[in-house]
Ligand binder design. Structure first.
Ligand code: NAD
Length: 523
């Protein structure tokens, strides 16, 4: 971890991945800036919390309306910095945030309000219990580049409405759109110190984890997530980890080949395959296999690759050459082990160094990296299966467990298979779009992470649950206090029978035998 003395302030350059143009430069925040930001965030949090949830919801509503008015401008900025087609920026980023705001405006008061907690234990009947939801204080958010607006914004809105202040470290590849989020929130009325962006790379992220934040919401790769979990464990910092995926798609014997192949092509290639919920492996019933391969190849060939700013573009550039290299390594490994490239398989250098052709692969198996590791590029490997049991076994044969999809014309059949898949989300007859269902929890099992974002579960991650208990008979000493005396054990034995015996006779006897405890002299 970088210390103050070691940290060298560096300049971050935000680069348009389609053109290589430098869009802007920012200073990285070092440990000193992180420390100051967290100090300010903590000082501002008390007033932000005292504002009350109704007033914070009002600010959220203003944010939503400002974002709605600027939707196209924000989408264009996302495209410039992350490369995805403008329409995807609008639908998978801006719309997702507008809808997350809608969900929080409508539901956060109800979810976070104080709640009575009735007791079932007769011995505790004199007590009134309540559940309070208290903000953690300062929530740190560390986010990736692939959804540079919707991921930090949905997490930040939930943290803010719950009464926390937020420090956000966006990916070093996409800092400008995070600054835009900061502008939108401030314009809506979020005080400057309540939401602060700290640009930087992993060293800035490490400084945030070492700082006095009270909770961390991390989204990124499994490798970074593991490192973060270790650092967080050393100081018992609570974390949510939204990590990578290797999502399987299962096309059952009774699926519609045309619908499922269109779903596969979109699920594998949207955002150039750089989506945690991307279709990364596809399993097709052997009776449909050839027809499905043909349909996917035909559809992949028709996709229009280009600069995301052009309205007709369907596949933009990948974010960085580093990411392209991973795709090339996985393809090389697969080909060496017998895979066949049916479409694509290489860069499209005529567009630029980060453009990669949508690629369909056949003859793949689980001995290949492309079926085991996250590829995070526009590649669709397709493998046949014999029956449902084999499809489920293949889908579950993975270290990851973020999401999965099952495709069938028979919804009941789809549900049965979906229940057997080990993942945080399983969709029947769609993929990826679960991220835009604001009510639905998002998160994984196995190496795909811990905890949830989105929906009521994501909001509950932003608060500590406090139990408040008040005894209604303050002048009475409790039966279980000291002054036990000789007969007390027998009385309590009867009292336990009174509480839990299924026999009416036993319980009546127990009332008589335990009653003496009420008049017992307590210390
Ligand atoms: P990454 O792990 O390289 O970086 C994520 C963030 O962590 C960046 O902001 C980075 O600067 C920061 N970071 C790096 N090292 C750090 C350290 N030591 N301490 C603290 N912070 C550090 O991931 P990426 O390449 O930006 O994003 C792609 C990955 O994110 C993929 O694996 C993808 O599946 C995953 N992802 C998951 C979800 C989800 O919701 N589960 C969503 C989007 C992306």
């Amino acid at each position: 971890m970088a210390t103050n003395a070691e940290f060298v302030v560096s300049r971050l350059a935000s680069v348009n991945p389609a053109t290589g143009e430098v869009l802007g430069e920012l200073d990285s925040a070092g440990p000193a800036e992180v420390g100051t930001a967290v100090f300010r965030a903590r000082a501002a949090q008390a007033d932000w919390n005292s504002l009350g949830i109704r007033n914070r919801i009002r600010i959220l509503r203003r944010f939503q309306q400002i974002l709605l008015a600027r939707k196209n401008d924000v989408a264009r900025r996302i495209t410039q910095e992350a490369g995805k087609p403008c329409v995807e920026a609008l639908l998978t980023e801006v719309l997702v945030v507008l809808d997350a705001a809608r969900f929080l405006i409508a539901n956060s008061f109800e979810i976070l309000r104080e709640q009575k907690l009735p007791h079932g234990n007769l011995a505790m009947k004199s007590k009134a219990g309540r559940i309070l939801h208290e903000p953690f204080g300062v929530v740190g958010i560390i986010s990736p580049w692939n959804y540079p607006f919707s991921i930090p914004a949905t997490e930040a809105l939930a943290a803010l409405v719950a009464g926390n202040s937020v420090v956000l470290k966006p990916s070093e590849l996409t800092p400008l759109i995070a600054m835009e989020l900061q502008n939108l929130l401030r314009e809506a009325g979020v005080p400057d110190d309540v939401f602060q962006v700290l640009p930087g790379d992993g060293a800035t992220g490490a400084a945030i984890i070492a700082s006095e934040i009270n909770k961390l919401i991390f989204t990124g790769s499994v490798a970074t997530g593991r490192r973060i979990a270790q650092n967080a464990a050393a100081r018992l910092l609570p974390v949510v980890l939204e990590l990578g995926g290797k999502d399987p798609m299962i096309v059952l014997e009774d699926a519609d080949v045309d619908v499922a192949s269109s779903g596969a092509v979109w699920g594998a290639f949207m955002n150039a395959g750089q989506t945690c919920l991307s279709v990364e492996r596809c399993y097709v019933h052997q009776s449909l296999y050839n027809a499905f391969l043909d349909a996917c190849c035909e559809k992949a060939r028709k996709l229009r690759v280009g600069n995301g700013m052009d309205p007709g573009t369907e596949i933009g550039p990948m974010i960085h050459e580093r990411q392209v290299r991973i795709v090339e390594l996985h393809l090389e490994d697969a080909k060496q082990r017998g895979a066949t490239v049916l479409v694509g398989g290489s860069r499209l250098r005529e567009f630029g160094p980060t453009f990669f052709a949508p690629t369909v692969l056949a003859n793949v198996d689980h001995g290949m990296r492309i079926m085991q590791e996250e590829t995070f590029g526009p590649v669709l490997p397709i493998m046949p299966f014999r029956d449902d049991a084999e499809a489920v076994r293949l889908a579950n044969d993975s270290d990851f467990g973020l999401a999965a999809s099952v495709w069938t014309k028979d919804r009941a059949h789809g549900d049965r298979v979906a229940r057997r898949i080990n993942a945080g989300t399983v969709m029947v007859n769609d993929a990826v779009s679960c991220f835009s269902i604001s009510e639905a929890p998002h998160g994984g099992v196995k190496s795909s992470g811990l905890g949830r974002t989105h929906g009521r579960w994501g909001l509950e991650e932003m608060v500590r649950v406090k139990y408040l208990d008040s005894d209604r008979i303050p002048r009475m000493k409790k039966i279980w206090w000291f002054g036990y005396g000789g007969g007390f054990a027998a009385e309590m034995e009867s009292f336990v029978d009174l509480l839990y015996s299924h026999s009416l006779g036993e319980r009546i006897k127990a009332v008589v035998n335990s009653a003496g405890a009420l008049w017992r002299r307590k210390l």
